[in-house]
Design a protein. Structure first.
Length: 364
């Protein structure tokens, strides 16, 4: 069952205000993202005041390269900047994947995790953790750091291939079967993760639990470089499929008569959602609610047009993730809280509030 997400029942006054906001939405989100990144650069276990930030970034002349400036530069360029960049790209990828999924299913409750893509990556990553610590995986133990993201990405791709094979017949893809098969795959992979948790020792159990809760603690320039091309390609694909997703809200038949190759649109959307989610999960672990809350919240503010909704989702997803990661690494410093706990703690009540507001039972 699908729920139309393209209708706008706002009053003329609210609609006019919405149109005015739409024109400044992208610049405003860029400014907020820049401000969030600056805050993330300055706070942490090794605090860097704003007065020292220009010198640490190399934006101000520093004739006396003292030990403090050297330390600040090391912290920023080796740890915080690659982490912030990777976190922003993970948030953007997850939010864009959620927006595409909601447009494809014509349902604001759709999410990449719903169809098993995230669960497939999680199961593969948990398997890698347990296998490399076993007697049979001793020869690959030195590759554990690299094997974990590779396994997560491969698990997401294999899950997508299985789902696409189940839901496609005679060149046509059934979205309903794709969704139902995803629910079944999620149940199977969750059972597999439960079995791995049961047989894991204490250290493996901690690793699996921490990874399943999501964390950006292992972000590096290399991982940021892996995310960047997927994000660039994804933005290009979003611009290409935006019109098709808008027409798909009217139904597949109407979209076809409007000049949209519906089957091609489905294939491109499924591949992009899988690639975006698979790469993000491989770097950060499982992080929930970003793909649901961000597009849904933006749709209430700027409307359902995907030409603006998709890039705005990328920016707001980046803002949410950078803010959550900054809080995660400072709230219990010098330890670090898994970011998935924060996104769930904030995202679930916000999402519930949105649903209640739409049903007229509560207001934000």
């Amino acid at each position: 069952m699908s729920v139309a997400i393209g209708t706008d029942s706002r009053s003329p006054r609210r609609a006019g205000a919405g149109r005015r906001f739409t024109s400044i939405a992208i610049p405003l989100l860029l400014v907020i993202l820049a401000a969030t990144a600056i805050v993330a650069l300055t706070v942490g276990a090794a605090g860097i005041p704003l007065s020292r930030l220009p010198a640490a970034l190399g934006l101000a002349a520093n004739t006396t390269a003292d030990a403090v400036t050297t330390r600040d530069q090391l912290v920023l360029w080796s740890i915080r900047i690659p982490r912030i960049a990777a976190t922003a790209m993970v948030g953007g990828l997850l939010a864009a994947a959620g927006a595409i999924m909601q447009g494809l299913f014509r349902n604001p409750l759709a999410d990449p995790a719903l169809v098993g893509v995230s669960s497939g990556g999680a199961f593969a990553a948990a398997s890698a953790i347990v296998f490399t610590d076993s007697r049979f995986g001793e020869t690959l133990r030195f590759l554990q750091t690299e094997l974990l993201p590779l396994a997560a990405f491969a698990g997401s791709l294999v899950t997508t291939a299985i789902l696409y094979g189940i839901s496609s017949r005679a060149g046509r893809t059934s979205i309903a079967i794709f969704l139902l098969a995803g629910v079944a795959i999620t149940a199977i992979t969750n059972a597999g993760i439960g079995l791995l948790v049961f047989i894991a020792d204490d250290r493996q159990l901690r690793d699996i639990t921490f990874w399943l809760l999501g964390s950006m603690s292992g972000a590096t320039w290399t991982k940021a470089a892996v995310l960047a091309p997927i994000l660039i390609i994804g933005l290009g694909a979003c611009a290409y499929i935006a019109r098709g997703l808008d027409l798909l809200v009217l139904g597949e038949a109407d979209a076809f008569h409007g000049g949209v190759d519906v089957e091609r649109l489905k294939r491109i959307s499924i591949v992009m959602v899988s690639a975006m989610t698979g790469v993000a999960v491989s770097i950060s672990g499982v992080i929930g609610f970003v793909g649901i809350v961000v597009p849904h919240l933006l749709r209430l503010v700027i409307g359902p047009a995907h030409r603006l909704l998709l890039p705005a989702s990328v920016l707001l997803g980046a803002i949410l993730m950078v803010g959550a990661d900054t809080l995660a690494r400072t709230i219990v410093a010098p330890a670090e809280m898994p970011i998935g706990i924060l996104t769930a703690a904030v995202g679930a009540p916000v999402f519930l509030g949105i649903l209640l507001r739409q049903r007229g039972l509560a207001s934000l």
